[in-house]
Design a protein around this ligand. Sequence first.
Ligand code: ADP
Ligand code: ASP
Ligand code: MG
Length: 412
Amino acid sequence: MPVVVQKYGGTSVADPERITRVADRIRETREKGNDVVVVVSAMGHTTDELLELAAQVSDNPPRRELDMLLSTGERISMALLAMALEARGVPAVSYTGSQAGVLTNSMHGEARITKITGERVRQSLEEGKVVIVAGFQGVDPVTKEITTLGRGGSDATAVALAASLGADHVEIYTDVDGVYTADPRIVPVAQKLDELGFDEMLEMAASGAGVLMTRSVEIGRRYDLPIHVRSSFHDGEGTWVRDSEVMEQAIVSGIAHDRSEVRFTVSGVPNRPGIAARLFGALADARIVVDTIVQNIAHDGTADISFTVPKAAVAEAERITKEVGDELGATVELDHGIGKVSIIGAGMKSQPGVAALMFRTLAGLGIDIEMISTSTIRITCVIRADRIDEAVAALHEAFGLQDGPNRQEGES
Ligand code: ADP
Ligand code: ASP
Ligand code: MG
């Protein structure tokens, strides 16, 4: 029997009524002659609430214990969904990540899936059951500790599980109809994309489009597994993330934004070889992901180095950067008021004038561009966080995205 892997996000299982609706949909999928494996997120804002609880008892909760706590969120929804299915006469069983054989490395809070053994999943499918797997969690096979995969990690569980079960695609059910040209909460005229390449989706996700976790897209690309992002509230087609067969790629497919980072500026760094390596080596050793690095050389032979760091890692990054800064006689400043706005499109690499139009649009709003970074298919500007919404809306309009992805000649 073909196996269908479906993932339901937090909003889709937020209350008992929604869980029963999800159960109905699963029953329909099964009645069409499919084996069904379902990955669930924690109900609604459960994960945030658990984090908040932890913060109330500790300023610095041990990462192991945080994972013990956070992994309970998905256990609640998986068990309730299995009950709702049984109540409909559909045989079902729920498994934690560990029971399902989701093996990870040892990095609590941001573990990576190394392998999915999936023995019990396969066995239960053979017994004719619907299998529900808790997303966002796994187990380190060496230490036997429970790990979590990082925010949005249920997407990664679903894509990895679908790849390991040989499914021909994975269905991500969420609270929007698919991937849009910009976050529909900010740009009401944003358009749903029918299709998007893995590379573009990867850049969108990494630039803040939280509709898919970045690592889930990486897994999909590696296994060439199409990801269908669709609404859990109706049956309409969503967005297919897959290697595109379209010959002419869109110049700009979407706008993404991100308010989750903080900028560090290290000033008065001696300008000699090895300094950047020392600073970023220390941050990397602490497994801190650094983005948008800019270095300016001053006339007096010193340099300023700026970079951005996710808010979640700020405390540790500050400690390390100040330590290295003291060593070098440099000063360290933090800026909590930055945001990033990015334009993404696989066709922009062969199209002049895209960056110019982006900069001109921001200039037209009187928005100061503080840092710029690019890849071949993305341009990102760091601006003030409180100007993000208007910047996203103006860029969406400037690139004509209200009419769908921009395939016309770019303006220069
Ligand atoms: P889930 O709980 O189902 O995993 P998420 O909240 O993680 O859902 O992701 C869905 C949300 O992603 C949407 O509600 C939307 O606000 C946001 N989002 C951001 N950028 C985009 C985009 N380009 N297209 C669609 N949704 C987006
Ligand atoms: N519950 C986790 C989170 O809120 C994982 C997920 O929803 O994908 O990040
Ligand atoms: Mg999500």
